[in-house]
Design a protein around this ligand. Structure first.
Ligand code: UD1
Ligand code: CA
Length: 482
């Protein structure tokens, strides 16, 4: 996107406490699929390319601002949550002399799409620019009569939303909040979704005249419509056919439902557009920053989190968790493996039951198998550690074989030390490598050895008592115990 729309500013309402969340965390920072709700709102708003984004913050504002961490964004502090009208009014200085449009959006609708906001702005621009451009009705509205528009939708269950009362020309007469609505008004299914586009200077004028004379003793933003009407200005309803993206999240159950909708949306995207096979999608979790290549195959109960990239042809078996990791092409991640902050190169085989973490790198064609933990270690190509090992703070070359049960003893109780295993080395089963230590190229260690000194290239290091044989011991013992 290039060039900001100088005739557009955006206000995001993020001051609310979210009482119904029963939480110490600010409502807008509660996460949907691994990102705070506010992330999705901000992303959608950025689509409209406003010249300025103003966040209204209040409850735990420092936490909220710290999260937003946006260059050039403006913050307005609402110390007491006196209502959405009061919230917007506090940002007045940004739009009171502004001829352009102000997009206002609630901070609690994470399913909102950028395109929808863009269209709302275009819609109002069209209303202002062309006389009577709305719905092919060319009776001719005068430009200066247009004060803005509100996105509305038909909610199957409108409970809790403001109901929209409009005339035959789609002009809104008023919006009635649930708590102030008569029984008849509660029957209306067309609701205010919480997205508004107003002409800045008219909005500022109208906000001066709203009161908190209602059942919640709050200053409602929606009350500006009545004021604008009395000023001779029109606010239009822009009806949207898809109510889903406007679901407001007011408690944790609604949060869970929004998350599930978004989760399915991403899965269908990867299946349809990304060419990924997803088995039992109802059990699969893929977050926003995950990137899948084509012909990836994902089985049930797989969780892909954070910035994770999966290469072409890679198969991820059931019950794997992968977070902030990059997985190459044609990798097999077998069941029940956990990979975090690591890199797996092409054609590697991981698991079942493997754990890979803290900047580990597993080279091409290497295999990390059952009950093997790899931490902060670089492993080369064609290297195998297939059973029951801990490899921590190690640098392991190509074509190395790590026998079952071998361990890098990297921690002496005070410090962590490094293990180096060079190309072609063969580590016998159950070797303890007491770090710091280096095993040379093509060197070997004997099974069961505790290796405390460096092993030169091509040498065998063995640390073991001589084996004793006591002939017929078992027979003698049995006789003795009779
Ligand atoms: C609001 C609308 C309602 C609409 C619904 C859509 C008003 C009066 N009502 O109701 O018509 O159908 O959204 O979901 O606007 N906030 C502040 N400061 C405040 C109060 C709220 O910043 O003093 C923020 C909240 O953090 C939230 C947003 O404004 O992000 C909406 O507030 P909320 O209390 O959730 O409004 P609703 O009752 O849902
Ligand atoms: Ca709400």
């Amino acid at each position: 996107m290039t060039g900001k729309n100088e005739l557009l500013k955006a206000i995001i309402l993020a001051a609310g406490k979210g009482k119904r969340f029963k939480s110490d965390k600010p409502k807008v920072l509660h996460e949907v699929l691994g990102k705070p709700m506010l992330f999705y709102i901000s992303l959608a708003v950025k689509w409209t390319n406003p010249s300025e984004i103003i966040y209204i913050v209040g409850h735990k504002k420092d936490e909220v601002i710290k999260y937003i961490n946006c260059d050039g964004c403006k913050y307005v502090y609402q110390d007491e949550q006196l209502g959405t009208g009061d919230a917007v009014r506090r940002a007045e200085k940004y739009f009171k002399d502004f001829d352009g449009l102000v997009l206002i959006i609630n901070g609690d609708m994470p399913l909102i799409e950028g395109e929808t906001l863009k269209n709302a702005v275009k819609f109002v621009e069209a209303l202002i620019r062309y006389e009577g451009a709305y719905l092919n009705d060319f009776r001719g509205y005068k430009n200066e009569n247009v004060a803005g528009a509100v996105i509305t939708t038909h909610m199957p269950n409108p409970f809790g939303y403001g109901r929209v009362i409009k005339d035959k020309e789609h002009k809104i007469i008023k919006i009635v909040e649930e708590k102030d609505a008569t029984e008849k008004e509660k029957g209306i299914k067309e609701v205010n979704v919480g997205v508004y586009v107003f002409v800045g200077k008219y909005l500022a004028e109208a906000l001066k005249k709203i009161s908190n004379n209602n059942n919640q003793k709050e200053f409602y933003l929606t009350d500006v419509i009545d004021v604008l009407n009395r000023m001779g200005k029109d606010v239009y309803a822009l009806e949207h056919p898809d109510y889903i993206q406007f679901l407001g999240v007011n408690n944790r159950w609604e949060l869970a439902q929004a998350e599930d909708i978004l989760r399915k949306k991403y899965l269908s995207f990867w299946a349809i557009n990304g060419g990924a096979t997803i088995h039992m999608p109802e059990t699969v979790w893929i977050e926003f920053d995950v990137d899948l290549s084509k012909d990836v195959e994902i089985f049930q109960n797989v969780v892909l989190k954070g910035e994770t990239k999966i290469g072409e042809g890679t198969v991820i078996e059931p019950n794997c968790i992968i977070k902030n990791s990059s997985i190459g092409k044609n990798v097999k991640i077998l069941a029940n493996s956990v990979i975090e902050d690591s890199v797996i190169e092409d054609n590697a085989v991981i698991g079942p039951f493997a754990r890979i973490r803290n900047n580990a790198v597993i080279g091409e064609n290497s295999q990390i198998g059952n009950f093997v933990e790899v931490k902060n270690s670089q492993i080369g190509k064609n290297t195998f550690a297939k059973h029951l090992s801990y490899l921590g703070d190690a640098e392991i070359g190509d074509n190395v074989n790590i026998g079952a049960g071998s361990i890098t003893c990297n921690y002496d109780g005070i410090k962590k030390h490094k293990t180096v295993i060079k190309d072609g080395a063969f580590i016998g089963s159950d070797t303890m490598l007491v770090a710091p230590i280096t095993v040379g190229e093509n060197a070997m260690t004997g099974s069961g050895s505790v290796i405390t000194k460096d092993v030169p290239d091509n040498a065998l290091a063995i640390e073991r008592n001589q084996q004793k044989i006591i002939p017929d011991y078992v027979i003698k013992r049995k006789k003795k115990n009779k």
